[in-house]
Design a protein around this ligand. Structure first.
Ligand code: ZN
Length: 202
């Protein structure tokens, strides 16, 4: 195994470091992204780039009670109310919120469907949060990784869409980082795969 130099900020090999493509999106809601530990070394994940691209985004990693104690405290003591971005029959649809809809913190789970369900089962203080969902989400644009959400959006896309709907903020920097991730993934694929995937966006 060769030891490739890793960028300490974006946690990617320096050859495909994303930092030059990252500019923070300005927004109001505190975004807490909880990444399942299985995602930690997943180069195709979008949670880290998401948090680097948010002016008020924090990345948390963990699964156990101990690992999540600090996040729990932050959610309890930070701005209220707290919403969980997760599909649910009783979820408030982000498209249907208006200016009067107040939100202090948004909790976003990053991981496969199975792993995020496990987080909900393990932690009632997460599963009991009121939920925000999507009525008409855009189609996901991340063909490289199998979608971890049933609406096939990456964590970055889902959060960008939620913030757009909640705050009407400019999320262009988020998509800029997203495109940089996709381009670096494509660059490492065989030519015939690139031809198949490369046409969609940008
Ligand atoms: Zn970097």
């Amino acid at each position: 195994m060769s030891k490739r130099p890793i960028c300490q900020r974006c946690n990617r090999p320096q050859k495909v470091c994303l930092c030059s493509a990252i500019q923070p999106t300005q927004h109001q809601t505190l975004v807490q992204v909880l990444m399942h530990p299985f995602e930690l070394n997943n180069a195709k994940g979008t949670a880290r780039a998401l948090c680097l691209s948010l002016s008020q985004g924090t990345l948390w990693v963990g699964e156990t009670v101990e690992e999540l104690a600090e996040l729990k405290l932050q959610l309890q003591q930070g701005p209220q109310p707290v919403y969980l971005l997760y599909p649910d029959d009783n979820a408030i649809m982000v498209e249907q919120t208006d200016q009067s809809f107040a939100i202090g913190q948004l909790l976003v789970l990053d991981g496969t469907w199975r792993k995020t369900l496990k987080l909900l089962h393990l932690h009632p203080w997460i599963s009991n949060l009121p939920r925000l969902g999507f009525a008409n989400p855009p189609s996901g644009d991340y063909q490289i990784r199998k979608a971890s959400r049933d609406d096939s959006l990456s964590t970055l896309e889902a959060t960008a869409y939620a913030l757009e709907q909640l705050e009407q903020c400019n999320t262009a920097p988020l998509y800029q980082a997203f495109d940089a991730i996709k381009q670096s993934q494509l660059a490492h694929m065989p030519a015939e795969v690139q031809a198949r995937y490369g046409k969609s966006r940008g």
